[in-house]
Design a protein around this ligand. Structure first.
Ligand code: 13P
Ligand code: SF4
Length: 304
């Protein structure tokens, strides 16, 4: 049963020709009114196929920028201006330029969690669900991987023939998970399968039964015969899985695994963007968009 606010959102969405995209880390009331939900990869490409002239991204800034890069003709909105991803802003374009000068023979692979300005300097983009496949397909041997060294380490273990240089960066939320958290959760739930996002540190990922993107974790849990799971990613996934599979049990790896940027958007913010009283339209200089699109196009080409 939809609430009055949700019904008003659905009415306005149709009237104003909006498509609402929501990352899986958003709250259930937002996922219920979204046209598409998914991980970073699914959302980055989805907007290209929709007929609507307006797109609202419920997520963080780099996700809205990614939509704009692929769909310049659409009006793309971010529900909350200050919903950023701290990892996306860890490296400045100047710092990347000096890294490139240090490693002139290396191909720059960027996690999609980067600003558009950084993407203009990169060769290929990857997401957590496509990174291993893309690195395997790339003919280049020498890679400079930015900015998440935990994801970089996860990829390196599965693509050992490449020489991957990493920098010290990553997600402050997933990166704060520890082996101690895993031991504590496993002691409390000894029969549970442990599913983890590769943004977690290598010693945490090494203890998992499965490591993959947000939707990879959700698919695994839904299809698995197991009855209980420790979830090593943002805690909204625990909540969503519990609603999707009430006959199974889901436990957070740690109550600290919460992304406050992802949690900034509320259902009323969504309503206000549709009313035109809140939200920020993403505007991008065409030269920057075209330069940033290069590494995103290569991601699509290699990630199919
Ligand atoms: P995915 O959506 O690719 O799983 O990434 C998780 C994340 O932290 C998004 O910011
Ligand atoms: Fe960024 Fe981490 Fe939040 Fe994802 S969970 S948006 S990587 S800070």
């Amino acid at each position: 049963m939809l609430t009055d606010v949700q019904q008003e959102i659905l009415r306005l969405k149709k009237e104003k020709d909006f498509c609402i995209l929501a990352h899986c880390y958003q709250t259930p009331d937002i996922l219920e009114i979204a046209d598409f939900t998914g991980d970073s990869f699914a959302l980055s490409t989805k907007a290209m196929d929709v007929p609507n002239k307006n797109i609202l991204m419920c997520g963080v800034r780099f996700m809205a920028e990614t939509v704009k890069i692929f769909s310049p003709e659409k009006h793309v909105y971010l529900s909350k201006s200050d919903a950023g991803c701290p990892m996306a802003e860890q490296l400045t374009p100047e710092e990347l330029r000096s890294l490139k000068a240090q490693y002139p023979e290396h191909t720059v692979v960027a996690y999609v969690n980067t600003t558009s300005a950084l993407k203009t300097l990169c060769d290929v983009c990857v997401t957590s669900s496509s990174a291993v496949q893309i690195l395997k397909k790339m003919p280049e041997q020498k890679i400079l991987f930015i900015p998440d060294c935990n994801l970089g380490d996860f990829v390196q273990k599965q693509v050992p023939d490449k020489e991957i240089v990493m920098i010290k960066g990553g997600c402050p939320v997933h990166g704060a998970m520890t082996a101690g958290d895993v031991m504590k959760a496993k002691a409390a739930h000894p029969d549970a399968k442990f599913l983890v996002h590769p943004e977690c540190p290598p010693e945490v990922t090494a203890m998992a039964d499965y490591a993959g993107s947000t939707t990879g974790i959700m698919d695994y849990a839904v299809k698995s015969e197991a009855k209980s799971f420790i979830i090593g990613t943002e805690n909204s996934i625990v909540q969503h899985l519990q609603l999707m599979c009430p006959d199974k049990m889901f436990y957070p790896l740690s109550k600290r695994c919460v992304c406050h940027d992802m949690k900034l958007t509320t259902l009323v913010d969504v309503l206000n963007v549709l009313k035109g009283t809140e939200g920020e339209e993403i505007l991008m200089d065409e030269e920057m968009r075209l330069k940033a699109k290069g590494c995103m196009d290569r991601m699509l080409e290699l990630g199919q």
